[in-house]
Design a protein around this ligand. Structure first.
Ligand code: NAD
Length: 345
């Protein structure tokens, strides 16, 4: 995963790195900020090559949560707990117990949200008291729902219709969000091209959704209407952007651009990019609504409102001649100052 360009401990309230050799834990924690004394703690586990890259990801992830919450008007700041390790081999009971001890850095009632390498069951194990009482079963399903609404908004802007029949979408990453998105898109009549590091997940999507599996190295080059990055951040680089053949980018992965300044390269190519922290907020919106005890219909309506919010961002961006990311970041800052802009590299 790439480094967090322009971010460091000065842009965040707190950042730390801890090692617990007995439990095999190496973990970076970051609090970007607290809002009304609360923050959502996003929990990720990934085999980073170094402690520095794990820390950089914690900084970036926590800032992304702050932006999502600020844009959606949720009363939380962003925080992250990022474990350096392979979740398939190293997620032992001892490691989970050590992560639970690390969570004591945060408030007992700070919501915890699973991310790459962590499952809803892991969060239940980490925070049994609040998780069992108030949390949605799988927030990722609602992240996928919001993403679908975002794709429809982008299609409305580019093609004048939200109809997905015959629309071609390439999904990069078939994890909890990517697979749920593939399911929604297939139901809506879209044709799918998919890629994942796991051949088993690709085989399932081929079987369930008549998707065409391609190599993760080339999925971004597919001739499609929409490219949906739903794996890791930083996959849109100075090398991959010229190879894109889609006019729309809409995916759940945070910080899809390896460098913030690449948003201009996309705009120059006529590619409409939906801001990640807007389109991937469905899980956070659901977490908040469920915690408050809102009715499921009301929660779904708030997730669906991502569609109208994005149309508004696209319209404003076109009027001002700015990339949609600039407009969305400015709105998030206005909603809940201060979320400082990332410095362009
Ligand atoms: P996940 O761990 O369930 O799935 C990620 C998938 O991507 C895995 O199947 C993995 O094999 C695959 N992958 C990794 N590198 C890849 C590559 N280079 N090419 C193709 N596939 C690759 O994670 P998730 O919960 O589905 O989240 C996906 C992305 O969306 C993450 O970036 C996450 O931060 C972001 N996100 C998730 C949520 C949520 O509700 N889960 C909310 C907001 C943002």
């Amino acid at each position: 995963m790439p480094t967090a360009a322009g971010e460091n401990s000065e842009t965040h309230d707190r950042v730390a790195f801890h090692a617990d050799p007995a439990a095999g834990l190496r973990v970076a924690t970051a609090v970007h900020r607290r809002v009304a004394a609360a923050c959502v703690v996003c929990c990720r586990m990934h085999p980073y090559p170094s402690d520095e890259l794990a820390t950089a990801d914690a900084l970036r992830l926590s800032r992304g949560i702050s932006l999502s919450c600020a844009f959606a008007g949720l009363p939380y700041g962003g925080a992250a707990l990022v474990v350096r390790g392979d979740p398939r081999r190293q997620k032992t009971a001892a490691l989970m117990a050590a992560i639970r001890r690390r969570l004591s850095e945060f408030r007992d009632d700070d919501p915890v949200l699973e991310d790459i390498g962590m499952a809803p069951a892991d969060v239940l194990a980490l925070r049994p008291a609040i998780a069992a009482a108030t949390r949605p079963l799988d927030p990722s399903m609602m992240t996928a729902r919001g993403l679908l609404r975002g794709i429809e908004a982008a299609l409305a802007r580019v093609r004048g219709t939200t109809d997905l029949h015959g629309c071609r979408v390439a999904v990069q990453g078939l994890g909890r969000v990517g697979m749920a998105l593939a399911d929604c898109l297939h139901d809506a009549g879209a044709e799918l091209i998919v890629a994942d590091l796991s051949p088993a997940k690709v085989a399932l999507a081929e079987k369930w959704y008549r998707a065409r599996g391609v190599s993760p190295d080339i999925v971004h080059t597919a001739a499609v209407d929409v490219f949906a990055p739903c794996a890791v951040g930083g996959t849109l680089t100075a090398s991959t952007i010229p190879e894109l053949r889609s006019r729309i980018i809409a995916g759940s992965a945070g910080d899809q651009l390896a460098e913030p300044s690449l948003r201009h390269a996309l705009a120059d190519r006529g590619v409409l990019m939906t801001p990640d922290f807007v389109v991937n907020a469905g899980g956070l919106i659901t977490l908040h609504g469920t915690t408050r005890g809102d009715a499921p219909d009301a929660v779904r309506a708030r997730v669906d409102a991502i569609h109208a919010a994005l149309l508004d961002v696209f319209e404003s961006a076109a009027r001002k001649g700015l990339p949609p990311l600039d407009v969305a970041e400015a709105r998030a800052r206005r909603n809940d100052d201060p979320v400082p802009p990332r410095r362009a590299a």
